[in-house]
Write a new protein. Structure first.
Length: 557
């Protein structure tokens, strides 16, 4: 096994990983970025290339189109989380958003060359997105989503990668991270496999950041790239550390039968959903926000329409997204990629026909529990997490569209800031045993089942039993699959109906019982047994002089 000593390891080179790596490298820290594929093919961008994208933009209360305030953004995010988001972290993210988008050392501004769409006045263009309001839901729809047409992610990731190279980040490309190296309760590095030649490597580091993305491929149908197997969550679980929350978001508008995402920005530009009666049915479910209600509300509404026989198509099993009423200029300037995607994957000319769409797995709100500084909690010295692998938690039971790009920029930067503030340059590495990390080699040798078979069983069980609506009896078949055990366990245990965890047999939110985060521990990797515990939701903010906490109330749009 080859050995490397690099003070700061960053696992994966998606948006959060690159933002953290760039933040460390620009101040002279010797940083290694270990990634299982080329950085600009990471999931942050890969869905853009595969037409399954997070295209819409990045939220920040810039006020370029209409008056806005980061406190209104915070209110919408807390409400969108169904009050299961930590308000200190939400406070931090929304307060930092304008600076993260247009201030000094920003990623999405012209300082580093990201080609944002512009207003006539030359300001960054902002569009509407679901679940976003003005004046605490009393002032109408917010225009908060900063965009580069419908290719924001493409622009963002290339700039992050370029800046990381500029500041001499060390990239280990096509290296598959296997396990954390833990010593006396501290993370001192990782083991990794060079996929080109099969050699094993041990990376020793003072600080390690996990930015490994989501676990969408636990489902049969999702908008995630095929690389999204959530290696970081598995590494943490095998180290005996907890994972937090089980919420999985279904995006309302995935092209029917194709697994390709149609951005929420299409509805932000004026598109709307129709059932087989030609009705804009979201007016019944969300009279104010309509098609721009939060994603869990829209996905539930679409599922109910289909279930009650008002779906479209020969089998009445999907819904139409109508864009043909929009002007050709808007479609060309604001949604060029969407028009192309619809033509390729559904054979639809959006200027004449509606797009067939269906809710599909899109985002994971749960993950590795962290503070808003990026530190994994309960504090594990040397270990950080950011991006979709982490659970800060700013999303709680559901996340607002375009907050995800903000998340990777703000909390990737937060990891870098905290490491810079707490690190001692030139500190020697601790001595570790020669056999440290060898369990990474030994554990796979115990598995005598085809990986593809296990994965397919898991995906089908999750797709069938843990979809938009969940029922406790439907979860039991999932117990057959070891990899599904943890999610299935919490699906049956949690008798709540909140956000993306929809259970019709428990239709009322129970704040007294369930205003808390679920923690899961797999103490023995050779056993399917999962232990559970709980942590209270943080309902206080960082500074009461800046804003007030948002008390819970019935969530309506």
């Amino acid at each position: 096994m080859s050995n490397w000593e690099i003070p700061y390891d960053d696992i994966d080179a998606g948006g959060a990983g690159l933002r953290a790596a760039f933040g460390l490298a620009e101040t002279g820290f010797n940083t290694a970025c270990i990634t299982k594929l080329f950085p600009t093919r990471s999931h942050t961008l890969l869905p853009r290339l595969a037409y399954t994208i997070c295209r819409g933009g990045i939220n920040a209360a810039l006020g370029n189109m209409i008056e806005d305030d980061w406190r209104w953004h915070m209110y919408d995010t807390v409400k969108g989380s169904d009050w299961l988001g930590n308000q200190d972290a939400i406070h931090y993210m929304c307060r930092e958003a304008p600076q993260a988008v247009i201030g000094v050392r920003i990623i999405i501004s012209d300082i580093f060359g990201v080609p944002s769409s512009r207003t006539k006045e030359g300001k960054i263009y902002q569009r509407t997105f679901g679940g976003q309001s003005l004046k605490y839901s009393k002032g109408g729809q917010a225009y908060r989503c900063a965009a580069a047409a419908d290719r924001t992610v493409h622009a963002l990731l290339h700039i992050l990668y370029g800046q990381s190279l500029r500041h001499n980040t060390n990239f280990f490309i096509e290296y598959f991270a296997l396990d954390l190296i833990m010593q006396d309760g501290e993370c001192v590095g990782v083991t990794a496999l060079n996929m080109e030649d099969g050699t094993l490597h041990r990376f020793r580091a003072h600080k390690t950041i996990l930015a490994t993305g989501d676990y969408g491929r636990a489902y049969f149908s999702c908008t995630s790239a095929h690389i999204c197997s959530e290696d970081g969550n598995a590494m943490v679980a095998r180290a005996g550390l907890p994972l937090q929350d089980q919420f999985v978001q279904f995006h309302p508008t995935d092209i029917y039968g194709a697994g390709c995402l149609i951005t929420e920005g299409s509805r932000g530009e004026g598109g709307y959903l129709l059932n087989n009666e030609g009705e804009r049915f979201m007016e019944r479910y969300a009279p104010t926000a309509k098609d721009l209600a939060s994603r869990d509300v829209v996905s539930r509404s679409m599922t109910i329409e289909i279930r009650e026989g008002r779906g479209v198509g020969p089998d009445k099993d999907h819904i139409y997204l109508q864009l043909s009423h929009l002007s050709p200029e808007v479609l060309h300037e604001r949604l060029p990629g969407i028009s192309e995607t619809a033509a390729i994957f559904s054979g639809v000319d959006v200027t004449k026909e509606p797009i067939p769409v269906l809710p599909t797995v899109h985002y994971n709100m749960g993950g590795i529990p962290t503070k808003f500084t990026g530190e994994v909690i309960t504090i594990v010295p040397g270990l950080y997490a950011a991006g979709e692998a982490a659970c800060v938690s700013v999303y709680g039971a559901d996340h607002l569209g375009a907050n995800s790009l903000l998340d990777i920029v703000v909390f990737g930067r937060a990891c870098a800031h905290h490491i810079k503030e707490t690190s001692t340059p030139g500190k020697p590495h601790k001595v570790i045993p020669d056999e440290a990390g060898m369990e990474s080699i030994e554990f796979p040798d115990k598995i005598r089942y085809p990986t593809a078979k296990i994965r397919l069983d898991m995906q089908k069980a999750m797709q069938s039993d843990a979809a938009v609506f969940r029922y406790s009896t439907a979860f039991f078949p999932s117990f057959r699959v070891l990899s599904c055990y943890e999610c299935s366990h919490y699906g049956t245990q949690e008798t709540l109906d909140e956000g993306a965890h929809a259970r019709e047999n428990y239709a009322q939110r129970d704040d007294e019982k369930w205003m808390k985060h679920t923690l899961s521990f797999q103490k023995d990797i050779n056993s399917p047994d999962v232990e559970s515990s709980y942590r209270g939701v943080i309902d206080t903010i960082l500074d009461e002089n800046e804003c007030k906490a948002v008390p819970p109330f019935k969530r309506v749009y």
